[in-house]
Design a protein around this ligand. Structure first.
Ligand SMILES: Cc1cc2nc3c(=O)[nH]c(=O)nc-3n(C[C@H](O)[C@H](O)[C@H](O)COP(=O)(O)OP(=O)(O)OC[C@H]3O[C@@H](n4cnc5c(N)ncnc54)[C@H](O)[C@@H]3O)c2cc1C
Length: 429
């Protein structure tokens, strides 16, 4: 089976209205821009939006269509913090920068909501996200986490839930407690990505679809070659993430595309759906290989989980995902799965995002490590600030140290599979 089942099979593709989204032209001939951007996910579209707003002439190149990558396939949970812990960040960059990173992750949540509001993006946004515990050890971890959030970061929108309180958000015997955050939430990721792209165009950016960037040459002027043309620009921003492939081997070595999967059930009777998820919150457990789920606007359960580190889709995917859903909600045993799809998570060795420069005028954003729904939007804003000459906030991220995945091209996946077996065993304890 092909890895990362195509987005056309997804519930998101089936439920996005086409209005305003007629296919965009591919690039033919030469195009001059102040800034070229590669990748039409949220990171690239947000960079295009924020640069165009500042008056730059922007050309964005997307190999397929806007939202083709992780941004259009995601679980859609917008969550505070980064994919790695604050403790790990403090060890890497010190308490002051770790604090800045946390604050920027909160700003990212607020930016997502303000983009939705300011550009009238219809993407089914709903507040509330809950991290849940599946074992007693997790309860201790959650208690320690909330203590840290309140004491060290003054983050009061998150609160601890005991088993009984949790029932107001998720009616499952599987969970022992949780942390709810009212500032986090969930949205329809493909509608949102397309909305950000339309906002960028409204501000004057040009987006070319079906236009793969084949190579680029840097210098005072950067030249990006495509099958039928070229973009000549003063600055380039690489936002191809796990889909970037051979365009930049140094970036590809620092990131691993991990296959992850989702299903959408048939629509449930609204009352039945609300019985399972009474507050319409998004839920994610805190295992290494986690289950995450939520309701769609038309009362389906969108359920994500499973990973593949092997570049192959797991066999009998839809059925094994359905079994995971029934493990959470036994009463859904009769519910049919209507859509199954997957995509690449963009993980770094440290699980911290990887932003930086390959040359003075070549920037990149990647490695959101499964935590990119809201941070990608802010990343686009920060890179626009950096292009404009104010890089302080971008550089808080750029200072994070990153390493290549070990093992070279041939051995990096086998070594990762071994590491994952370890974490899978840990999840069982
Ligand atoms: C199944 C799944 C569930 C997820 N769930 C969540 C979640 O609930 N919450 C959360 O925060 N995060 C989640 N994530 C992660 C999140 O979706 C990503 O971190 C985020 O969308 C990354 O956005 P991006 O713009 O950096 O990259 P992408 O959205 O992957 O976009 C990259 C784009 O670049 C294009 N491209 C690449 N190379 C080239 C080239 N050479 N020329 C032209 N175009 C190119 C690709 O076609 C692609 O469209 C999930 C991811 C997956 C796959």
């Amino acid at each position: 089976m092909r890895l990362h089942l195509p987005p056309a099979d997804s519930y998101y593709a089936a439920s996005s209205t086409a209005s305003g989204d007629a296919q965009r032209a591919l690039l033919q001939g030469e195009f001059r821009a102040d800034v070229g951007i590669i990748g039409g996910g949220i990171a690239g579209c947000s960079a295009a939006l924020h640069l165009a707003k500042r008056g730059y002439r922007v050309a964005l190149l997307e190999a397929h269509f806007v939202g083709y990558g992780a941004s259009g396939r995601s679980g859609g949970q917008t969550i505070f913090g980064l994919a790695t812990s604050q403790k790990a960040l403090i060890a890497q960059v010190g308490a002051q920068d770790a604090r800045r990173l946390f604050d920027l992750s909160i700003e990212a949540l607020d930016l997502t909501q303000s983009l939705i509001r300011d550009y009238g993006i219809d993407c089914d946004y709903h507040p509330n996200q809950v991290h849940v515990a599946t074992k007693p050890r997790h309860l201790e971890e959650l208690a320690e986490w909330i203590h840290e959030l309140h004491r060290d970061y003054g983050y009061e929108s998150a609160g601890l839930l005991n088993r009984l309180e949790l029932q107001a958000h998720v009616r499952s015997e599987r969970y022992l407690g949780g942390i709810i955050d009212t500032r986090s939430g969930h949205l329809h990721p493909l509608k949102y990505t397309r909305g950000v792209a339309r906002a960028a165009e409204a501000e004057g950016a040009r987006i070319f679809e079906n236009t793969q960037a084949l190579s680029y040459e840097d210098g005072t002027e950067v030249v990006v070659r495509t099958p039928q043309g070229a973009v000549r620009c003063q600055h380039l921003v690489l936002c191809g993430n796990a889909y970037l492939g051979p365009l930049s081997p140094p970036l590809a070595r620092r990131i691993l595309g991990v296959g992850t999967y989702m299903i959408a059930t048939q629509p449930l009777d609204p009352a039945r759906a609300r019985m399972l998820l009474p507050s319409n919150a998004a839920i994610a457990d805190i295992n290494w290989i986690l289950d995450y789920f939520r309701l769609s606007a038309d009362h389906r359960i969108l359920f994500g989980g499973r990973v593949s580190y092997s570049a192959l889709d797991p066999p009998r995917l839809a059925e094994s995902m359905r079994r995971r859903l029934v493990r959470v909600f036994p009463e859904t045993a009769d519910v049919k799965v209507q859509y199954t799809w997957g995509g690449y998570l963009d993980i770094t060795m440290s699980r911290a995002p990887d932003f930086g420069r390959l040359a003075r005028n070549v920037f990149y954003l990647q490695g959101f490590s499964g935590h990119g729904m809201s941070l990608t939007g802010l990343a686009g804003q920060l890179v626009a600030e950096a292009v404009a000459g104010t890089a302080e906030r971008f550089d808080v991220f750029a200072r994070l140290p990153h390493r290549d995945f070990p093992g070279g091209r041939l051995l990096r996946r086998p070594s990762l599979i071994l590491a994952m077996l370890y974490y899978r065993l840990r999840d069982m304890l």
